[in-house]
Every structure is written in structure tokens, then in C-alpha cells.
Design a protein around this ligand. Structure first.
Ligand SMILES: Nc1nc2c(c(=O)[nH]1)N[C@H]1C(S)=C(S)[C@@H](COP(=O)(O)OP(=O)(O)OC[C@H]3O[C@@H](n4cnc5c(=O)[nH]c(N)nc54)[C@H](O)[C@@H]3O)O[C@H]1N2
Ligand SMILES: Nc1nc2c(c(=O)[nH]1)N[C@H]1C(S)=C(S)[C@@H](COP(=O)(O)OP(=O)(O)OC[C@H]3O[C@@H](n4cnc5c(=O)[nH]c(N)nc54)[C@H](O)[C@@H]3O)O[C@H]1N2
Ligand SMILES: [Mo]
Length: 834
């Protein structure tokens, strides 16, 4: 296969099913990754690129947020990381000719796989009102159009600014500043659909919205419980860490409705033993739990531990409970009252098995619980995670080696984006630090999260939507409602690397701003810039791309935001700082451009392209002509942030200085990340058993048991990832470990349910979701033409891929407290096709 994009979409009639794989990774995975890389990048670029993944002088893998180990292998990447890299480092390009050839209507007929396979975006494009095609636009005009529209709003809350979790710390920090400078906290992000439930539960109980373990803790744990996570596909490098723990004698318990390959057995391609001897048996115990049964499982463990304490003693860490926790007596009483038959019904697991799992926990000197989307995307996710914390607190498993909570993050910098202030409900401490640093007053009123943002667009309370990465239309629930909501808007803006459905479902006007990805060299101000990211365990490190960007006409995310800030807030040098004169807005750049000599013209072109030596001449002269801040922004009542936007654009270290002044834990930022070093962010529970909760203690909580009710003749559907996708980016059509090949419109159902419900294996059916709305009426949503695949899943539980099934997830079906869409528990029925 050559480096050509596909010309047609997936032919779903070609789907076929083979045996489920019992082993993850191994040599076939490596070969598969290399094949995809060669197709997209050719051999030379593949080798050059892949050898830089996660190296100390290289770039952070855009795949997942699992941390790197300190001692790196030559090839510190996994099959799916390699696919993520190939997707970005592809040699395919789509510029103005592509958009001239394909109308919006035609692009709308294609699926996300086809759209993504076309190549990297290279040029800013605009869709004028009523136009059938996008047309090219200059950067200046595009940014001015955005700034003018934002200025024209009656209220800054009419604008919504989404972030996906790949955005670097530097870009994220600048982006939230732009948004707060405008006067709104409307900063929904992918985290709202992802680990928001973890953040909510952990902040309440432990006083920090993050995990409390390091990679060394994972290696040192005696027991690792892995619940609601499929690391073989979604965090393959985690398997190496688990293997290491196992070699040191750790026990692993996998809790999942599906027997996922990586959890069963793992072949490490980096060790001879892994390849020759068939790898490591991963899970010592596999608990095939019902969807949504995890709260009951952890209540059962807690109950058993308390019973054993009464019976034989020596189970609880009394000192820890006395010194560091509150609410123990209430929890003990609630667990004493919890009936076993409820716990068994909710989990679908016999009491004997539940007790066996609990015994393993009892006998473990140090325990870590890891989880991902299987635990965060249910209505009762927050209480479920609180009950996990309860179990860990009983044995003092927080804040000592080899123990703690480990929410395994998704996007490679989703955690860092939050640290940088991408949050619709920012803390007062963060906002006042921001105010002081930039000489303005940030808005205090909370903004919209992702679901609230869709409601606001649907109800015409919002007029502008901008996305820093991601694929909002395909990633969010209730696809039809969301698409209609976006079409209500005046302007939609997407800062993206690749084409996706969010460029096709637009407001009346739409702008695409192509941007650099992790693998691209980022030259600003004549210097090669690096950015920083934070992994799942609070470790911050630098990332530096090395590839020549897809076109000369590209700006980094940081540069795009800095220029918008400049247009909106003008020359922002705070008088108190007496900083150097700065460029005020793009008009000034424009004036400078028209005065440039051919020599300067060349320098400028190079600077904004790929190999820039010097940008400063144009900038400085433009700065000379500058006047005060721009006027007419939506709300000037609280002033605008002051900063030297041009300087920030051309030296990201200056952004890091601002970050260090605003966000705790970043002192000596620059030197701590120098030469591949890592800055560990402070973590109270982990480092010192201090808990920033309401009462300063780690909190036991009492949570009423909940689990999904399966109505007669119905199934609970979880929507999950195949092995060949990165969220809405579809790499290919195979789910190799699950033995499903050549198509994605499949629904996995227990063979007994297939028969009982009156269907046949391989039958093509419609999936119809049923949801009782606030008015008491049952709403139906339909996804057509799915093939039934017999699969090992508990009775009453089904599974199908996201995003094809997002159309079934009701917008109002969200988790309590966190507001996360309930993507892992959708009530459906199967319907024969007429
Ligand atoms: N290759 C690749 N890597 C990725 C991604 C990707 O799409 N592709 N996405 C990234 C992102 S953003 C994220 S958030 C992570 C997602 O990583 P995961 O959370 O592993 O992703 P899902 O495919 O949603 O898998 C959910 C897992 O939980 C199980 N599960 C579902 N419901 C329940 C339940 O009620 N209880 C229990 N115990 N288990 C349940 C499912 O069977 C499945 O194994 O991966 C990140 N890494
Ligand atoms: N039904 C269902 N829905 C779900 C989930 C589920 O399990 N089930 N999972 C949820 C989860 S966990 C998440 S995190 C969300 C994901 O939601 P998003 O983060 O919004 O979606 P992605 O598919 O990761 O976004 C991919 C797009 O990001 C752009 N991109 C890639 N790299 C870069 C970059 O470096 N810079 C910029 N500017 N753009 C870039 C590309 O244009 C690409 O098309 O989906 C959620 N939706
Ligand atoms: Mo995620």
C-alpha cells in the first residue's frame, strides 16, 4: 500500500469474526504498528520518528497519559502509540485544492475514518455563510474574523471554548487566559466526558482530583486491582509496568465484564522471554462483573474486611484511621447493614467469589486500585469511586509506597490541561493568582461543562464555539441533538491537525485553523520551542517535535492563541512591569509586512514556516507603531489581561514563567524540565498524608448502593474502543484482540441473550435506546444496521463501539455530581430489520 488516502468508506458487509485473542502485544503487534507507520510515513520517516517517542530529547507520545519509566528502552512506544504517531506524522496532506474538490455536503457523507485518513490540514480555511465549500483565508484575516465576532457578542458567556486533552501546558495556560480575559469560564473539555467522576470523587474524599501513586508505586505494589480498563489496547505501556510488578510478586485482579486480552496474558516484545516463552500471565483473578456492579464489589470488599476485623482482628490500620480520616463509624455501620444478596445481585458474582477477592485484599500489605472509563461513565460513578477510596482507607493504603488510587488518564495531557486551568469551575485561589499575574479580574461565575455547553447551544444561549483540538461533534453524546445545536451557531472555529466530523457539522460560518502536532518541529522567534505535558501521575516533562511541519503556513497552538490575545487585548505589557514594547495587534503586523524588504520577507516566511532564524525585526518595528489596548471587547468592566503577547509567542519559556507564578508546584520550572528531567508536582495525600478536604482529613463516605436496572427484554449497552481507533480517530477496521475484523458496526451480546431475545448470531439489527426524560415520557434513539456478535459478556450486558453508538446516549443521561455522560450504561433493545 502506498501513502494514498482511501477513496471510500468502510464496507461493513465484510465484517468477520475469529477467535478472541488471549494474549496482548507480542511480535504481531509490533509488525502491525510498523505496517501502519510505513503506509502513512514511509520507512525512513517511520524509523526516525518512532525512535524519538518518549525519549528524553524526543516528544511525548500523543497516544496516552501512561508515564515513562526513568530508564528508557530504545523503542519506548507501543503498537497503539505508533499508530497515533503515524496518524499525525503522515505524509498525506489536504490543502485548498482538497476543499475546492469536496463540498461540505459531500464531506458530510463520509465517516470519521475516511475524513481522518485524508491527511494533515495545511492551510487556514473559512466557510462563508451560505457557501457550499470551504475557501482558503490568510491567518490574519481568519484571526481577525474570530476576534471581531467575539467582540460583537452581547455577553462573553455567549462564547464556548472546548479543549481536547492533547494541548500542551503552555497552550492550555494561554487558552484559559484568553477565555477568562474575554470574561467567561465557559471552558468545557474532554475530561468532562472522561475522568470527571474521578476528579469529583477524589477531591471530595482525598482533597486532590488526581491519583496518588507514582510509577514506582505500581512496581512495588503487592496487589493491583484493575477495574473498568482495557490496558492492552488503550494503555499498552502499562502492561510493562504490571509485568514488572508481577515479577516482584504482585497479585493482579482484573474486574471487567469482558475478558480483555491484555488483562489475561501479555507478551512483552522488548524481552526475549516475552516473545519466546509466551509472556506473562497477567490477572491472577478475573472477576467478570456486570456493567455498573463495581460499587457493589467494593462495598463487598469493605464489608468483608470489617467482618474479618471483628472476627480475627489485624485487618485495619487503626493509627491511620484515627490520625488521618473522618467518618469511619458511619461507614462501618453502613457496611454492616449492606445485605449480601444485594451485592451479589449487583455484581452478578457469587458471595464466595466476592469474599475470595476481599481475602486477597485483606492479605495484601499494599494495594493500588487502577481504573478508567468502565468506572467513570455510569450514573453512579462518583459513589462507586468513593467506595473504592473507603476500601483503601481501611488499610491505610494512601500515602505509602506501593499503595493508592490510580485513575489512568486518557489523552496524553488531559491532566496537565486541568492543572493549567482548563476548567469551567476554577478555584478562587487559581483565579486570584491569575488576576495578580496579569493585572485584570477574571470572571468568578462558573461556566458550562460539555453537556451544559450542548444544552446552551441547543437553546440558543451560545453563538460562538471554538475548539482547541478534539472532535466535539463525534465525541459528545446524543449526536443528532449535538449536531443540531452546533448548526444553531453563528461561528464555529476548529484548531486541528486532521479533518474530522466537527469540520463538517458547523455553525453558519466556520473556520479551520491547522496546527502543529507533538511530532512537528516548532520554530518560533528563531528558536526551536519545546512544550511540556503532565502524565497520569503528576510528572511534568518537556516534549519537542523534530519533523518538518506539513506546510510552511502553520502556526502552533500557542502562536494562534497569542495572536488572538493580541487582537483582543492589545499590547498588554503591564505598566508596572515596564516590559519591552510589544506588538499590539495584527494590523500592526500588517503594516510592518507592507514595509518589509525582500530580505525581511524571506525571513518572515521562514519564521512562520519551518526553519526560522529571525522574526524579531518585523515584530519590533511593528511594536514601535503600536498604540494602546484594543477597544470594544465584550466586557471591559474588569479590565483585560496584560502580557507581552508577541514575546510569549516567540519564547515559550516566558509562558512557563507565568505558569510558575500562578500554579503551585512549578517553582524552577525551566531548570526542572531541562535535559529530559521531570518535575514532580506536589501531591498532599501521596507525599505527606495531608488532605485538603473540608475537614482536613481523608473522608470515609456512606453511599447508597446503586446499579443499573435492566428492564425485561432489554440490554445494558457499554460503548467502548476497538483496538484500531484513538477515540473518534479510526485507524482501521479490526479489533484484533477481540477477534472482530473488517467492520465496526457490531454489537457484542451474550449467546444466551441472543437466543432468549429471539435473534440470531450475525443477524443485522437496529439498536434502539430507551430513556425516560424529565417529563416521564420514554424517548427512543436509533442506530441502524449492527451485526450481532456472540461474545463473552455477562447476561443482560452488551458492548458496541464509540463513536458509532453516541447517537444512542441521551444528552440528559449523566453521572450524578460529575455530569459525565453515561456512555457505559445505555438501556437498549435489539430490533429486527423489516
Ligand atoms: N489506542 C487507544 N488508546 C487510548 C484511547 C483510544 O481510543 N485508543 N483513548 C484514550 C482515552 S481519551 C481514554 S479515556 C482511555 C480509555 O481507556 P479505557 O477506559 O480502557 O477505554 P474503553 O474502551 O472505554 O474501555 C473501558 C473498559 O472498561 C470495561 N467496562 C465497561 N463498563 C464497565 C463496568 O461497569 N465495570 C467494569 N469493571 N468494567 C467496565 C470495558 O469492558 C473495557 O474493558 O484510553 C486512552 N488511550
Ligand atoms: N460513547 C462514548 N463517547 C465517548 C467516550 C466513550 O467511551 N463512549 N469517551 C469519551 C472520552 S474518554 C474522551 S477523552 C472524549 C474524546 O473527545 P475528543 O478529545 O474531542 O476527541 P478525539 O477523537 O480525541 O479528537 C481527535 C481530533 O483531535 C485533533 N487533534 C489531534 N491532535 C491534535 C493536536 O495536537 N492539536 C490539535 N489542536 N488538534 C489535534 C484532530 O483533528 C483529531 O481529529 O470522547 C468521549 N466520548
Ligand atoms: Mo478520555
Amino acid at each position: 500500500m502506498a501513502k494514498h488516502a482511501p477513496t471510500s468508506d468502510i464496507d461493513e458487509t465484510k465484517v468477520h469474526v475469529t477467535g478472541r485473542k488471549k494474549v496482548a502485544v507480542g511480535v504481531p503487534a509490533v509488525l502491525h504498528a510498523l505496517q501502519i507507520s510505513y503506509d502513512q510515513m514511509g520507512v525512513k520517516r517511520s524509523v526516525e520518528t518512532l525512535l524519538r517517542v518518549n525519549q528524553k530529547d524526543g516528544f511525548d507520545c500523543p497516544g496516552c497519559a501512561w508515564p515513562e519509566e526513568d530508564k528508557r528502552h530504545v523503542a519506548e512506544f507501543c503498537e497503539n502509540g505508533a499508530k497515533a504517531v503515524a496518524e499525525e506524522a503522515t505524509l498525506r496532506r489536504i490543502g485548498p485544492e482538497f476543499f475546492a474538490q469536496h463540498s461540505l455536503a459531500e464531506l458530510g457523507e463520509h465517516d470519521d475514518w475516511w475524513l481522518g485518513q485524508q491527511g494533515r490540514l495545511t492551510h487556514p480555511m473559512i466557510l462563508d455563510e451560505g457557501a457550499t465549500h470551504y475557501r482558503p483565508i490568510s491567518w490574519d484575516d481568519a484571526l481577525r474574523e474570530i476576534a471581531d465576532t467575539l467582540r460583537g457578542l452581547d455577553d462573553p458567556d455567549e462564547a464556548i471554548f472546548y479543549t481536547s486533552g492533547r494541548t500542551s501546558n503552555e497552550a492550555a495556560f494561554m487558552y484559559q487566559l484568553l477565555v477568562r480575559g474575554l470574561g467567561t469560564n465557559n471552558l468545557p473539555d474532554c475530561s468532562n466526558m472522561c475522568h470527571e467522576s474521578s476528579g469529583s470523587a477524589l477531591t471530595e474524599t482525598l482533597g486532590i482530583g488526581k491519583g496518588t501513586v507514582t510509577i514506582e508505586d505500581v512496581h512495588e505494589a503487592d496487589l493491583l486491582i484493575i477495574a473498568g480498563q482495557n490496558p492492552g489496547t488503550n494503555h499498552p505501556r502499562m502492561l510493562s509496568a504490571l509485568e514488572k510488578a508481577k515479577k516482584r510478586g504482585a497479585t493482579i485482579i482484573a474486574v471487567n465484564p469482558l475478558p480483555e486480552a491484555g488483562l489475561v496474558r501479555f507478551e512483552n516484545p522488548q524481552t526475549v522471554k516475552g516473545v519466546i516463552l509466551g509472556g506473562t500471565k497477567m490477572a491472577d483473578q478475573f472477576v467478570q462483573i456486570r456493567l455498573g456492579g463495581d460499587q457493589a464489589l467494593f462495598q463487598a470488599i469493605g464489608k468483608h474486611l470489617l467482618e474479618m476485623e471483628d472476627a480475627v482482628g489485624g485487618v485495619l490500620d487503626h493509627d491511620f484511621i484515627r490520625d488521618h480520616t473522618s467518618g469511619f463509624e458511619e461507614y462501618r455501620q453502613a457496611m454492616a447493614d449492606a445485605p449480601w444478596h444485594d451485592l451479589v445481585a449487583a455484581t452478578g458474582v457469587p458471595e464466595k467469589t466476592l469474599r475470595r477477592v476481599a481475602e486477597t485484599v485483606r492479605n495484601s500489605p499494599s494495594t493500588i486500585v487502577c481504573w478508567a472509563m468502565g468506572l467513570t461513565q455510569h450514573k453512579h460513578s462518583v459513589p462507586t469511586l468513593r467506595d473504592i477510596v473507603n476500601v483503601l482507607l481501611l488499610q491505610g493504603n494512601i500515602g505509602r509506597p506501593g499503595a493508592g488510587v490510580c485513575p489512568v488518564r486518557g489523552h496524553s495531557n488531559v491532566q496537565g490541561d486541568r492543572t493549567m486551568g482548563i476548567y469551567e469551575k476554577p478555584s478562587e485561589a487559581f483565579l486570584s493568582a491569575l488576576d495578580a499575574e496579569f493585572g485584570f479580574r477574571a470572571p468568578r461565575e462558573h461556566g458550562y461543562d460539555t453537556v451544559e455547553a450542548i444544552r446552551a447551544m441547543r437553546d440558543r444561549k451560545a453563538r460562538v464555539f471554538m475548539a482547541m483540538g478534539g472532535n466535539f461533534v463525534s465525541a459528545t453524546p446524543d449526536t443528532e441533538v449535538t449536531e443540531a445545536a452546533l448548526r444553531n451557531l453563528e461561528l464555529t472555529v476548529q484548531v486541528s491537525t486532521k479533518l474530522n466530523r466537527s469540520h463538517v457539522v458547523t455553525g453558519k460560518r466556520a473556520i479551520i485553523l491547522p496546527t502543529l502536532g507533538r511530532t512537528d518541529r516548532d520554530l518560533r522567534g528563531g528558536r526551536e520551542q519545546k512544550v511540556t505535558v503532565e502524565d497520569s501521575m503528576g510528572a511534568v516533562h518537556a516534549s519537542r517535535g523534530r519533523l518538518v511541519p506539513p506546510s510552511e503556513d502553520m502556526l502552533s497552538e500557542v502562536a494562534i492563541i497569542a495572536r488572538l490575545c493580541s487582537l483582543l487585548f492589545g499590547s498588554g505589557v503591564a505598566p508596572a512591569n515596564g516590559g519591552r514594547a510589544a506588538i499590539t495587534d495584527l494590523e500592526a503586523v500588517h503594516r510592518a509586512e507592507s514595509e518589509r524588504s525582500p530580505q525581511e520577507e524571506l525571513v518572515h516566511a521562514v519564521a512562520y514556516g519551518s526553519r526560522a532564524p529571525e522574526l524579531d525585526s518585523a515584530v519590533t518595528r511593528a511594536g514601535d507603531g503600536s498604540t494602546g489596548p484594543a477597544t470594544g471587547r465584550p466586557s471591559t468592566a474588569n479590565g483585560v489581561p496584560h502580557a507581552d503577547w508577541t514575546a510569549l509567542e516567540s519564547d515559550y519559556a516566558l509562558i512557563r514563567t507565568h505558569i510558575a507564578n500562578v500554579v503551585p508546584g512549578f517553582a524552577d520550572y525551566e531548570s526542572k524540565i531541562d535535559k529530559g528531567r521531570t518535575l514532580m508536582l506536589p501531591n498532599g495525600p501521596r507525599d505527606a498524608r495531608t488532605f485538603a478536604t473540608a475537614d482536613g482529613k481523608a473522608r470515609f463516605t456512606v453511599n447508597t448502593l446503586e446499579y443499573p436496572f435492566i428492564p425485561h427484554g432489554r440490554l445494558i449497552l457499554q460503548t467502548l474502543r476497538s483496538h484500531d481507533q484513538y477515540n473518534t480517530t479510526i485507524y482501521g477496521k479490526d479489533d484484533r484482540y477481540r477477534g472482530i475484523h473488517g467492520g465496526r458496526r457490531v454489537v457484542m451480546v451474550n449467546p444466551k441473550d441472543i437466543r432468549k431475545l429471539g435473534f440470531e448470531e450475525d443477524e443485522i439489527v437496529d439498536l434502539v435506546s430507551e430513556w425516560t426524560g424529565p417529563d416521564g415520557r420514554v424517548q427512543e434513539r436509533r442506530a441502524e444496521e449492527f451485526r450481532i456478535v456472540a461474545y463473552s459478556t455477562p447476561r443482560g450486558n452488551a458492548a458496541a463501539y464509540y463513536p458509532e453508538t453516541n447517537v444512542l446516549v441521551p444528552l440528559d443521561s449523566v453521572a450524578d455530581v460529575s455530569g459525565t455522560p453515561t456512555s457505559k450504561s445505555v438501556v437498549i433493545r435489539l430490533e429486527h430489520r423489516g
